[in-house]
Ligand binder design. Structure first.
Ligand SMILES: *Cc1c(COP(=O)(O)O)cnc(C)c1O
Length: 404
């Protein structure tokens, strides 16, 4: 049974005070909080297993290697990849996207086309612009509507034999829109294009099945799903990972090195040069276990309840506008108060112990679409409560009174 008060006991930080008030943490789309199960696993690793992996004959190194590889297998099972070697450890979503973009620079030619969406995070725009600059490929953008939804008939029109890659986030971090990635993947495959899905914002809320989606690449960050920062994963279909050249040279990614020629290691090590974030990789598995034990269905149901409750309460405030009103969205609310800068609202909320994000949320093109400098973004996780939402609503009312 889902019991939020029990769950909250797993998160030590939720009982601290900020500016003399109990912390209300509504910046989950930027990073999630860490349960004690993960914190304990970090301490356990450094207390008992710390060693470099894949190279030592000594016991510690072998134990650390086993834990690291067991975690890779756990991640494979979670995402339902066919093979464990299709899971590459990265430092996070940004790293995964850059790894793929860099690989495609060897596969693209002038006038090939890459399609991205109007809802992308900067980390999913800039690498493609860089890729286009160095290959002569052309970047096309799927437009969006007022609700913050991508226009699928416009997407259909952008597709052609020239389309080589399509990059879309599963869920928008700025607005919370869940994008129709099943449709996008199917249509892109019909013209022979590969698809990379940015799952940074979806993995905290749902459990993607990469085989069922038939997606070519899928990336995520541990720190948005109860894990530590600095570690993430790239899933790639075996055939694609074999085709892509390595991203970085170094130790660990080679089979044989002479000054005449180097041969690369097999997957996944071909993409894992240098000493990785070993502890992070191991406890990424712990974080996934933790979330699965609560259950993604229970998480989605509860978060949807929070979303509906907060949407209703916030809209009762006169002059408050919510950006991103798709029926298909997760627990993110981006909003503004008429005539008041989002930063000022955020500052007053912080005084009351309420952590929200303000600004463009690394998605400047979305803000340009709405002709606003940014929004206040409250993003909820399964450990938040309706009482916390009441505190937010009171805080916003107070901010409105003080600032208008
Ligand atoms: C957070 C986020 C990223 C970047 O993730 P990092 O962990 O900072 O690499 C990319 N895309 C989306 C949709 C995000 O929410």
């Amino acid at each position: 049974m889902f019991n939020v008060q029990d769950i909250r006991k797993d998160f030590p930080i939720l009982s601290r005070k900020v500016n003399g008030k109990p912390l209300v943490y509504f910046d989950n789309a930027a990073t999630s909080q860490t349960p004690k199960q993960v914190i304990d696993a970090i301490a356990d690793y450094y207390s008992n297993y710390n060693a470099n992996i894949h190279r030592g004959v000594h016991t510690l190194s072998q134990e650390a290697t086993d834990l690291y590889e067991q975690s890779r297998e756990k991640i494979r099972a979670h995402f339902n990849a066919q093979f464990t070697h299709e899971i590459i450890f990265t430092s996070g979503t940004t790293h995964g996207i850059n790894l793929v973009a860099n690989g495609f620079s060897a596969l693209l030619k002038k006038d090939d086309e890459i399609i991205v969406s109007a809802l992308e995070h900067h980390s999913n725009i800039v690498p493609w612009q860089m890729l286009c600059d160095c290959t002569g490929a052309i970047l096309k953008v799927i437009p969006m509507n007022e609700e913050g939804e991508l226009l699928m008939d416009e997407f259909d029109k952008l597709l052609s034999e020239n389309t080589k890659l399509v990059f879309v986030n599963h869920i928008s971090n700025a607005l919370g829109t869940i994008n129709p990635i099943e449709y996008i993947i199917e249509k892109a495959h019909a013209v022979g294009a590969a698809v990379l899905i940015d799952g940074a914002q979806s993995c905290p809320h749902i459990k993607p099945d990469v085989q069922k989606l038939d997606v070519d690449f899928y990336v995520a960050s541990a720190h948005k799903m109860c894990g530590p920062t600095g570690v993430g994963m790239l899933y790639g279909k075996e055939e694609w990972l074999k085709k892509l050249p390595p991203y970085q040279g170094g130790g660990e990614m080679i089979a044989e090195v002479t000054f005449e020629k180097t041969t690369y290691a097999d997957l996944p090590h071909k993409f894992e040069a240098g000493t990785p974030n070993i502890c992070g990789g191991i406890v990424f598995g712990t974080a996934i276990d933790y979330m699965n034990q609560i259950g993604f269905d229970a998480i989605a149901n509860y978060e949807n309840e929070l979303l509906q409750y907060a949407t209703k309460k916030l809209l009762e405030i006169e002059g408050l506008k919510i950006y991103g009103t798709s029926k298909h969205k997760t627990s993110v609310i981006s909003f503004n108060l008429d005539g008041i800068h989002p930063y000022d609202v955020g500052t007053i909320l912080d005084k009351m112990g309420i952590a929200v994000r303000t600004g463009h949320h690394c998605a400047q093109p979305i803000m340009d679409f709405y002709k606003i400098p940014g929004t206040v973004r409250a993003s909820f996780a399964f450990y938040n409560t309706k009482e916390e939402i009441d505190a937010l609503v009171e805080g916003v009312k107070k901010a409105k009174m003080m600032l208008s």
